[in-house]
Design a binder for this molecule. Structure first.
Ligand code: 13P
Length: 291
């Protein structure tokens, strides 16, 4: 995960205190946070906020509260990211420079440049200071007809720009009620994850569509079942050993009041947070699940 002009290891390795040598070397190879493949429990969690289409310049004040509360780039045992709208990426990245908060984007075009009015290339996002891009969010899939193939192409474009792809999957309420959840997720994973995915260049986010912005969440047993299925499939799809190191985030109505319970579920390695990431205090309450 890189930011323009910044050594990825310097940017992302924030916990040399807790590193062993192997995990530190993995960081040097571009992993967003450190991970120790020998023990899944040592995958460094990521708590990412997706601001969606929210936030004018004053919203950067919330980011300031966040960076003030979290402090500098060393010592954190949880990676923290905010994905603001495109218009705020550059100033947000500037503001977060030297802090432990990373900046991501919410979408990109698959091409590097060209006649695509209104679109934005991952290279531009990198240039603006983003280190990751969410691709395949259910709101993009639903509102813009994004298919697995398109998400797959976008993920590869994100890598071309040297960034990390946060690939989203999730079933609708209808699919869930029809008992199709695991099948839907399996198909989305097969279609959306490019062959060259590794723990260094991909984060997975499971976001049940019916849980997004509704205040509803699956039971912890349901989350455990889906995340275990995702882990098993990632282990089968990815090159040797990578699948067990990929971070799998849960997203959908994560709040300070339910974060500890959800983050304690096996194979949940962090959260992708919408509404509750807009207020620093709420977001900090979620990050606190890892402290
Ligand atoms: P909420 O946390 O608002 O439910 O949104 C989740 C989400 O879609 C994050 O990408």
């Amino acid at each position: 995960m890189t930011r323009t002009g910044v050594d990825p290891a310097a940017r992302v390795c924030k916990s040399s205190r807790t590193h062993n040598r192997d995990s530190h070397l993995q960081c040097k190879n571009g992993i967003l946070g450190e991970m120790n493949g020998a023990n899944m429990a040592e995958i460094q969690p990521l708590v990412a906020g997706n601001w969606k289409m929210n936030g004018l310049k004053p919203a950067l004040g919330e980011l300031k509260k966040l960076t003030n509360a979290l402090g500098g780039a060393s010592g954190a045992n949880t990676d923290v990211m905010i994905c603001p709208p495109f218009t705020l990426i550059s100033s947000a990245a500037h503001q977060c420079n030297g802090s432990s908060v990373q900046i991501g984007a919410q979408d990109c075009h698959a091409n590097e440049s060209g006649a695509h009015t209104g679109d934005i290339a991952p290279e531009m996002l990198s240039d603006a200071g983003a280190s990751a891009v969410i691709v395949g969010h259910s709101e993009r899939r639903a509102d813009h007809g994004e298919t697995n193939d398109m998400v797959n192409a976008k993920a590869q474009a994100v890598w071309r720009a040297g960034l990390t792809a946060i690939i989203c999957v999730g079933e609708t309420d209808t699919q869930r009620k029809a008992g199709e959840t695991l099948e839907v997720i399996a198909n989305q994973l097969t279609g959306s994850i490019p062959d060259a995915a590794t723990a260094a260049n991909v984060v997975l986010a499971y976001e049940p569509v019916w849980a997004i912005g509704t205040g509803l969440t699956p039971t912890t047993d349901d989350v455990a079942e889906v995340h275990a299925a995702i882990r098993t499939q990632l282990e089968a799809m990815l090159p040797a050993g990578e699948g067990r190191k990929v971070r799998i985030l849960y997203g959908g109505s994560v709040k300070p009041s339910n974060a500890s319970e959800l983050m304690a579920v096996p194979n949940v390695n962090g959260a992708l947070v919408g509404g509750a990431s807009l207020k620093a205090d709420d977001f900090l309450g979620i990050i606190a699940a890892y402290t």
